[in-house]
Design a protein. Structure first.
Length: 261
């Protein structure tokens, strides 16, 4: 008699597992549909006429790629903190003033999301930023950019190569800078120091923002293996909550140019 219930229980457990698996799959599908819908809406928004687009018609003081980490180690909240931090930094009066004080009084900015060696995406095309109104507009746009890229490993080297190719379509500028944020080390793709040397040879400066919540010595790694070019530097954020202040410091130095203390 005791064997009967055990035989009945096994199929029930299997059914529960199947039901649970189906539920999880449906949840993932729903999440992906939401992400695709957000991506579609965002792309359509970028296609709308805007005075900030067509930045390649101008010469600028700085062509800046903001390379945002979207690897497995970055969760939904941490990604949001990165984008909110970028937006808040462009809202700061010091950043607006620094843009206005350049020789041409304008910069060009683009945003790239990246994870492993097969996942990089331009999520904001080259955009000219000159007036306070334009700076405020880009700040709001940055905070509304959704996570459009698939999660993956951490290929800093591939992100740098992708950003360098993207810089070829940037407005003419004497300073071309890749601003890369990461909370991890290069773990897939080409050796990052070789890529760094190649890009520096092309006249590109690479600066790093080390989020050290998982790798306490990540700043040292970025200094030795990743950053390079005239006036290169690394800024440290203790965790994602400290990202906004760190990216503000970084942006201010990048916009002002080499030599700021």
């Amino acid at each position: 008699m005791s064997a009967g219930p055990s035989r009945i229980a096994a199929p029930s457990t299997t059914s529960n597992c199947i039901a649970s698996g189906r539920k999880t799959a449906l949840q993932h599908a729903a999440k992906w549909k939401t992400r695709v819908a957000a991506a579609t809406a965002f792309v359509l928004m970028l296609g709308a006429p805007s005075p900030l687009l067509h930045a390649n018609n101008y010469e600028v003081d700085l062509a800046l790629v903001l390379a945002v980490d979207c690897s497995f180690s970055v969760d939904h909240n941490e990604f949001a903190l990165q984008m909110q931090g970028l937006g808040k930094a462009f809202q700061r009066a010091d950043v607006k003033r620094a843009i206005r004080q350049g020789p041409l009084q304008r910069i060009a900015v683009s945003v790239v999301q990246w994870s492993d060696e097969g996942n990089q995406m331009v999520v904001m095309p080259w955009t000219m930023v000159s007036t306070d109104e334009e700076t405020q507009s880009i700040a709001e746009s940055l905070q509304s950019i959704p996570r459009l890229l698939a999660e993956g490993g951490t290929s800093i080297s591939s992100a740098l190569l992708y950003a360098a190719v993207h810089l070829d379509s940037a407005p003419v500028s004497t300073r071309r800078v890749i601003d890369l944020s990461s909370d991890g080390r290069n773990n897939v793709g080409p050796p990052v120091n070789a890529v760094r040397d190649r890009l520096v040879g092309q006249g590109i400066t690479i600066n790093g923002l080390a989020i050290i919540n998982e790798w306490p010595t990540l700043d040292i790694y970025l200094e030795r293996q990743v950053v390079g070019g005239p006036g290169n530097f690394v800024v440290v954020a203790q965790d994602y909550n400290a990202y906004a202040d760190a990216i503000f410091i970084k942006l201010l130095r990048e916009i002002t140019g080499p030599g700021i203390s």
